[in-house]
Design a binder for this molecule. Structure first.
Ligand SMILES: CC(C)(COP(=O)(O)OP(=O)(O)OC[C@H]1O[C@@H](n2cnc3c(N)ncnc32)[C@H](O)[C@@H]1OP(=O)(O)O)[C@@H](O)C(=O)NCCC(=O)NCCS
Length: 157
């Protein structure tokens, strides 16, 4: 597994990964309309141009397996991590390895991470990388069509 800057050719792959219905249901707090490729393209263009965001493609055996990023959560007014792995790469330790690597790249602490309370995989990734529970909220989850519980995790310095 390696992280590298996002290249233009990665974008269609990353968009396909984020359109996957199972992944969307799991992440829950997903795009308003995951089938809207144009909206996705615009979102990624904004993210890539934003100097406060650190975004990397996760490359495994030459293929783009997903993405990991550090961005500023406006609600928390704090830096937050997020990650998304293509379904065919799940269960191989890739999210854990990618987040571990991102945490080496960025020195800023504390950092936050969020997940739907029932997203056991994502919560486990945060825990394995040293994040600790920091609270719980409720929010409207586009991919579920209802308000659900969300957990906030924090990584100290
Ligand atoms: C959640 C996600 C990032 C996990 O990626 P992954 O590469 O499969 O995770 P890893 O292989 O590094 O697994 C890390 C740990 O989580 C566990 N895990 C992974 N998926 C799981 C699941 N669906 N249910 C329960 N545990 C799970 C693994 O067993 C491992 O724990 P262990 O070492 O104690 O056995 C991936 O499924 C994904 O991208 N899902 C869709 C998008 C998403 O939810 N992103 C996060 C938004 S907050």
């Amino acid at each position: 597994m390696e992280l590298r800057d996002v290249e233009d050719d990665d974008l269609p792959v990353l968009v396909d990964q984020q359109l996957d219905p199972e992944a969307n249901r799991m992440a829950a707090f997903a795009a308003t309309d995951p089938a809207d490729r144009d909206a996705f393209a615009a979102k990624w263009a904004r993210i890539r141009a934003d100097e406060t965001v650190t975004m990397r493609s996760i490359v495994v055996d030459g293929s783009v397996a997903g993405s990991v990023m550090l961005w500023r959560d406006e609600e928390l007014d704090a830096p937050e991590v997020s990650y998304w792995i293509g379904t065919e790469f799940w269960g191989r330790g890739i999210a854990t390895a990618a987040l571990t690597e991102l945490l080496r790249l960025v020195e800023i602490r504390p950092l936050y991470g969020r997940a739907a309370k029932d997203n056991a995989g994502s919560i486990r990734v945060l825990e394995k990388c040293g994040f600790e529970p920091h609270g719980e909220e409720r929010g409207y989850a586009n991919a579920r069509g209802e308000e659900i519980a969300e957990v906030v995790y924090r990584l100290e310095g």
